[in-house]
Ligand binder design. Structure first.
Ligand SMILES: Nc1ncnc2c1ncn2[C@@H]1O[C@H](COP(=O)(O)OP(=O)(O)OP(=O)(O)O)[C@@H](O)[C@H]1O
Ligand SMILES: [Mg+2]
Length: 234
C-alpha cells in the first residue's frame, strides 16, 4: 500500500466507459484531480457530463476502466471487493440528492446503520447519533420513519448517517437538489460547519451560487476535469 499524506483524493488519468447495446460510451477520458485533506470542493458540469459517475467512483461504488485512484493513501486498484466495501464504510460518507433513507427503519436506525455494518457496538452508535442529531436539530425526529419528516430533515438525517463512522471524505451528489431554498441553505450551513471542523467535502451541484460556498470549484466537460469553467472557444 503506498501512502500519499497531503492528498486525501488523488486521481490520475482515470477512464470510464459504459456499454449500452454493444456501443461503448466514453464518459471520463483521463481525469486528473487532487483534493487535500480538509478541502471543500464543488464540482460543476452539464447534465450527462459524468459528475455522478466520477463521484460514484470516488465513493468506491463503481469501478473504473484504467488509471489510478488513491484514497487516503490507499491504492484502490489493489483492493479486493471485500476490502473495498470496508474502506468505503470507514472512509466515505455519501449524501444523495434523493436522500435514500430506508423507509422501514426509524431515522435513528438509518443513522447508525453504517456503524452496524462495520460491527461497532450499538450503544456507542446510538450515543454518537444522538450527539450529531442534537447538533443538526433533528433530535425530536429520531424515532420517526422517514415518510413522517420533511425533505430538509431527511437530508440532515442522511448527512448524520454519512458522518456516523467519522469518514475521511464526505461526497455529496446535488445534496440541495430536492430541497426548498430554506432547507437547502440549512444543509449548506451544515456543510460550512463540517468544513470548519476540518472535514473534507466534495459536492456536485448545478447551481453556481451553491458551488461558490466551496473553497474551489472543478468543472467537468467532454470527459475531462478542469479548474476553469468551460468556454465554447476553448
Ligand atoms: N449505469 C450506466 N449505464 C450506462 N450509461 C450510463 C450509466 N450511468 C451513467 N451513464 C451515462 O453516462 C453519462 C454520464 O452520466 P452521469 O450520471 O455521470 O452524468 P451527470 O453529470 O451526473 O448528469 P446529471 O447532471 O444529469 O446528474 C450519461 O450519458 C449517462 O447516460
Ligand atoms: Mg448526476
Amino acid at each position: 500500500m503506498s501512502k500519499k499524506q497531503q492528498s486525501i483524493i488523488e486521481v490520475k488519468d482515470l477512464h470510464k466507459s459504459y456499454k449500452n447495446d454493444g456501443l461503448s460510451y466514453h464518459v471520463l477520458k483521463g481525469v486528473n484531480m487532487s483534493i487535500k485533506r480538509g478541502e471543500y470542493v464543488s464540482i460543476m458540469g452539464p447534465s450527462g457530463s459524468g459528475k455522478s459517475t466520477l463521484l460514484h467512483i470516488l465513493g468506491l461504488f463503481d469501478k473504473f476502466d484504467s488509471g489510478n485512484y488513491f484514497l487516503d493513501g490507499i491504492d484502490v486498484n489493489h483492493l479486493s471487493e471485500t476490502e473495498k466495501a470496508k474502506v468505503r464504510a470507514l472512509k466515505i460518507g455519501f449524501v444523495f440528492q434523493m436522500f435514500y433513507l430506508i423507509p422501514s427503519l426509524t431515522v435513528l436506525e438509518n443513522i447508525i446503520l453504517p456503524g452496524l455494518i462495520v460491527n461497532r457496538p450499538r450503544n456507542e452508535l446510538i450515543e454518537k447519533a444522538k450527539h450529531i442529531a442534537e447538533k443538526f436539530g433533528i433530535l425530536e425526529i429520531l424515532e420517526k420513519t422517514p415518510n413522517k419528516v420533511s425533505g430538509g430533515q431527511m437530508q440532515r438525517s442522511a448527512i448524520a448517517r454519512a458522518l456516523i463512522n467519522d469518514p475521511a471524505v464526505i461526497l455529496a451528489d446535488e445534496p440541495t437538489g430536492n430541497l426548498d431554498s430554506k432547507s437547502g441553505k440549512a444543509v449548506l450551513d451544515l456543510f460550512d460547519e463540517l468544513h470548519k471542523e476540518g472535514r473534507t467535502i466534495v459536492m456536485i451541484t448545478h447551481d453556481s451560487n451553491v458551488a461558490k460556498r466551496a473553497q474551489r470549484t472543478l468543472y467537468i466537460f467532454d470527459g475531462f476535469i478542469s479548474e476553469k469553467p468551460y468556454h465554447k472557444s476553448d
